[in-house]
Design a protein around this ligand. Structure first.
Ligand code: HEM
Ligand code: HEM
Length: 195
């Protein structure tokens, strides 16, 4: 069966959703601690801080919004696809990037699900939720460091395709750069490049 060719750039919806989810995930780390504080206070027979109750409510709702947005991202990915990684798709760096990207989908869905189960059904699952939040943090650190490596060391314009709300120019620069960085010069053209 013929497969659909990969697009040259991300659709603006994919770009917007990428950054919206990134900001909302940051909000989850800022609000997550309020839940432990609320439960500790109640366990000690004290009243929870009103600000913690608000942060707790925000955390639960934002988490559910993230769940919905990640599902939309998955549908878009399946419908539109995503651009190919620069260079050789079999290269270990491309494989790692793909694994991290899919890892994000899996862990964000697992994170929202375990959070909801811990909140509304079975509290001990909270421990899994906390463990996943550390794995997610490690993935984010890896992913952001790789993006910065592309920006400052490889300078191949890869961040541009996740920044631009239109993709033609940035996609073109990426293709041009990936040709010069990753593809070996054919033997019969070596002499030309030496002059
Ligand atoms: C995908 C988005 C989510 C992320 C990134 C996230 C992240 C976090 C983080 C960082 C913590 C604090 C962990 C710590 O104390 O070290 C936390 C705690 C918690 N979150 Fe979430 N969360 C998400 C979604 C949700 C949802 C949707 C709910 C509920 C509807 C929820 C409920 C909870 C609960 C109950 C805790 C306390 C767990 C415990 O202390 O045992 N979370 N979350
Ligand atoms: C919670 C934070 C983040 C999550 C969950 C996340 C997730 C993802 C995912 C799943 C993709 C694959 C494309 C897709 O399926 O739409 C992607 C691509 C990308 N992300 Fe992130 N990201 C986050 C933060 C960041 C940050 C902080 C940066 C920059 C410093 C960044 C830069 C990029 C770039 C440049 C791409 C495109 C890579 C390519 O085209 O191969 N991301 N991100």
């Amino acid at each position: 069966m013929p497969t659909k060719p990969a697009p040259h750039s991300y659709h603006w919806c994919q770009v917007a959703l990428h950054w919206l989810v990134a900001v909302l995930v940051a909000a989850q780390y800022a609000t997550g601690g309020s839940i432990g504080r609320t439960h500790d206070a109640v366990a000690h027979g004290l009243k929870a801080e009103p600000s913690d109750l608000i942060l707790h409510a925000i955390h639960n709702r934002v988490g559910m919004v993230i769940f919905g947005l990640v599902l939309i991202r998955l549908v878009l990915r399946l419908l539109i696809g995503v651009p190919n990684p620069p260079g050789n798709a079999a290269d270990w760096r491309s494989r790692c990037a793909r694994a991290v990207h899919w890892g994000f989908y899996v862990i964000l869905i697992a994170q929202a699900s375990t959070g909801a189960i811990a909140s509304y059904l079975f509290w001990p699952v909270g421990r899994v939720h906390v463990a996943f939040s550390n794995i997610l943090l490690a993935l984010i650190a890896l992913h952001a460091s790789a993006a910065l490596w592309h920006v400052f060391v490889l300078r191949d314009g890869i961040l541009n395709r996740m920044l631009a709300l239109h993709g033609d120019r940035t996609a073109a620069s990426l293709v041009a750069n990936s040709r010069s960085v990753d593809r070996p010069i054919p033997v019969n053209r070596m002499n030309e490049s030496a002059h």
